[in-house]
Design a protein around this ligand. Structure first.
Ligand code: GLY
Length: 354
């Protein structure tokens, strides 16, 4: 088992290793005295792992119950959150109790937000079961639900007390979910870690998954330690997201987040004039990981969709631009210039036959 310590306003450990899901209760009991614990999972994950996690927490002395909701991003809304909060309150969950988020990003974000607001803050533990949640959303304390006006618009910063990542669970993921998480891991490689990028490059990295998760979490740990509340450097984690968000929107959400981030990263690189050999290397890496490299939309439509992001404020936006594998910069641009950035990326896409 490997440990990454996150030095946030509430410090905690991220534990990464094989077979941890059956030890989640015992590992949690080292940081949270056994109490009432509610395991929150979607119906798919509950079916796969709910019994094992419940047994593990019961065995460690917790008074455990479970609450499930229908799988999918469509559940991540105020309606489901309200049901969850009523349920937690009805089960008399207090500030000395525990919420256990068992699942991917939807579950972690929503259960974490419920824990943040119930009784003005209940402790919670993250047990990520997707690669994307393991390398990104389970760490750093961002919790939220979607509003009709956009994704993650209602939320809070609330750090977990512990993150327990079982890499055997990640190894069993279906290919599409693995690719989605790989996009976020490749993102960390492009941002800071060329050795991580090397590990991911061939697409055949299941044997190195512990090392990959540790490296991504260590990177996120460093960013969160510098900028927990997202007022500066945490923006680096948005690499590929401005371009990708536009693709996700225009596809009517049929393109997954990971696929959109993959194409978005490539567009960020080409629009910034990143050298062709670096761009082609990134494109090969994305393809080897089952991810797309081609954007089928025009610059005007992309700029319109990117600018519809309700979280954007003011007349400028910040792009994250790769200069090399392992080195990116932040660049503030006027919103009116965004269409030109998309146009440059699309011209490079055609020239390089991406
Ligand atoms: N997933 C981006 C962040 O945690 O800031």
């Amino acid at each position: 088992m490997r440990t990454v310590h996150v030095n946030a306003s509430t410090p905690y450990d991220v534990l990464i290793g094989e077979g941890l899901i059956d030890r989640a209760g015992e590992l949690t009991a080292k940081v949270v005295k056994p109490c009432r614990a509610v395991i929150v999972a979607d119906d798919t994950v509950d079916e796969l792992y709910g019994d094992r996690v419940q047994i593990s927490f019961s065995y460690a002395g917790f008074d455990v119950s479970r609450w499930t909701f229908p799988a999918g991003e469509a559940s991540k809304n105020l309606g489901t959150l309200s049901e969850l909060l009523e349920e937690l309150a009805g089960r008399r969950v207090t500030r000395s109790d525990l919420v256990v988020a068992l699942g991917g990003g939807v579950t972690g974000d929503m259960a974490g937000f419920a824990a943040a607001v119930l009784n003005r803050g209940v402790r919670f533990v993250q047990i990520p079961t997707t690669l994307l949640a393991a390398v990104d959303s389970s760490v750093g304390g961002k919790t939220a639900v979607d509003l009709r006006a956009g994704k993650n618009l209602a939320g809070a910063f609330h750090q977990p007390s512990l993150v327990v990542t079982d890499t055997d669970v990640l190894r069993e993921l279906p290919a599409a979910l693995r690719s989605c998480g790989a996009a976020e891991a490749i993102k960390c490689g492009v941002l800071r870690d060329p050795a991580l990028f090397d590990l991911l490059e061939g697409g055949d990295w299941l044997g190195d998954i512990d090392e990959i998760v540790v490296r991504c979490v260590a990177y996120k740990r460093d960013v969160v330690a510098r900028d927990e509340f997202d007022t500066g450097d945490r923006a680096f984690l948005n690499l590929g997201h401005t371009f990708g968000h536009a693709i996700e929107q225009l596809s009517g959400l049929t393109v997954s987040h990971g696929e959109a981030v993959a194409v978005g990263m490539l567009m960020a690189a080409t629009s910034a004039g990143c050298p062709d050999d670096t761009v082609l290397r990134l494109a090969r890496c994305l393809r080897a990981n089952g991810l797309p490299t081609h954007c089928p939309y025009g610059a005007q439509a992309l700029a319109g969709a990117a600018l519809s992001d309700k979280k954007r404020s003011g007349d400028t936006l910040t792009l994250v631009l790769p200069e090399a594998i392992g080195r990116c910069i932040l660049r503030k641009i006027p919103v009116g210039a965004l269409e030109d950035w998309f146009a440059r990326a699309l011209a490079a896409q055609e020239r390089l036959a991406l």
